[in-house]
Design a binder for this molecule. Structure first.
Ligand SMILES: [Zn+2]
Length: 368
């Protein structure tokens, strides 16, 4: 009896130990990878590669607004600011996404995206400069790259190849993660406050009205009033009212006296308004392929949502139905207008070229 038990125990022991060892091994590998990603010294070239991957995903989702004049205008405002930033030498690129969503995304390495909807919501150049200053700061402070490295959310699994391709693989995994961080707006509160503060300073330094960003935030706040989801731009950002108060305090305390709104130049190029939030068509299909988190929307859902989500923005009406729709759509809420709006089909950038002389001339136009 005793012998039998012993034999049975040793029979069990060997495979159990082996199995446990393999789990430990996997866990160690995962930890090693997480540590590796956290400790990785991302080169400027890799940062740009990451940003280009993110930009490709954003353009796939929303398309590029095919208006060369608008693209050049946004590029000039952006470059005037970027040249005054702490990373003036990056290959700064500004892209207008072809969607009614009101949003902006700073891809690492200096590729800034603003949506057609955002351009329509802003009403002067100082407001656009405030938003671009905020986004430029996310790049100069390397917020996205640092956030991803800290979050240890990269699972490279056991198929992690050795040698030089390991880095490529990690960069591509980081790119996927970065796309979702930007789309979901999951920056930290500290990063957002820093981007607000430095962005406002940057716009003011160039002569723009220092309250530009606060003015856009007020419009966003009014636009989102009555909504319970965390909609789109600055979704994760600290409470909008709190941010507005912080910016207004900064303007006062730091005596920021920039006053140029440059309204007429803005109106010359941006001749459209933002669509009311309840009129924004929503589709989650564009993001499905990149999601990779199994939360892909069912193929038959978008059509149904189009009708239902038209009502979400209204404070009156079928509140219960709205709540149910939002809840059943997943924890993050599928079909948030400023994140999941449909976009144009043309994904090609316009290859805007500007010269130093263009910049000098443009800068002269920043007057009250
Ligand atoms: Zn931000």
């Amino acid at each position: 009896m005793r012998a039998a038990v012993f034999i049975l125990a040793s029979l069990l022991a060997a495979p159990a130990h082996a199995q446990f060892g393999s789990i430990l091994n996997k866990a160690q590998k995962a930890k090693d990878t997480a540590d590796k990603v956290a400790d990785l010294n991302i080169t400027e070239e890799e940062e740009r590669k990451l940003g280009e991957n993110v930009s490709t995903s954003l353009r796939d989702k929303f398309g590029v607004y095919q208006d060369a004049e608008v693209a050049k205008y946004v590029t000039l405002v952006g470059n005037v600011l970027a040249q005054g930033s702490s990373r003036a030498n990056l290959n700064w690129t500004f892209i207008v996404l072809d969607t009614d969503a009101v949003n902006a995304f700073a891809a690492p390495g200096g590729i800034i995206h603003v949506t057609r909807g955002l351009l329509g919501l802003a009403k002067n150049e100082a407001e656009l400069a405030g938003v671009l200053g905020h986004e430029i700061t996310h790049v100069t402070a390397k917020h996205t790259v640092r956030f991803i490295q800290k979050s240890k959310g990269i699972s490279v699994g056991s198929d992690l190849a050795g040698g030089g391709s390991t880095r490529d693989y990690i960069i591509s995994k980081m790119s996927e993660k970065a796309f979702h961080v930007l789309l979901d707006g999951t920056f930290s509160r500290e990063d957002e406050n820093e981007a607000d503060k430095a962005g406002v300073e940057l716009a003011n330094k160039l002569g723009y009205a220092a309250n530009g960003l606060a003015e856009v935030l007020k419009k966003l706040d009014a636009r989102n009033s009555g909504r319970e989801d965390r909609n789109g731009l600055f979704a994760s950002h600290p409470d909008t009212k709190d941010r507005i108060a912080k910016i207004e305090k900064e303007v006062k305390d730091e005596k920021l006296t920039g006053s140029a709104t440059v309204s007429s130049r803005y109106a010359k190029y941006i001749t459209f308004d933002a669509k009311p939030i309840e009129e924004i068509a929503v589709s989650t299909e564009g993001a499905a392929g990149l999601a990779g988190d199994g939360k892909e929307a069912k193929k038959d859902e978008p059509k149904k949502k189009g009708g239902l989500f038209g009502k979400v923005g209204l404070s009156s009406g079928s509140q219960a139905q709205n709540t149910q729709t939002t809840a059943s759509a997943g924890s993050r809420g599928v079909g948030i207008p400023d994140r999941d709006a449909t976009g144009g089909s043309n994904k090609s950038t316009l290859g805007v070229k500007i010269t130093p002389a263009d910049l000098v001339a443009f800068k002269k136009g920043i007057v009250g």
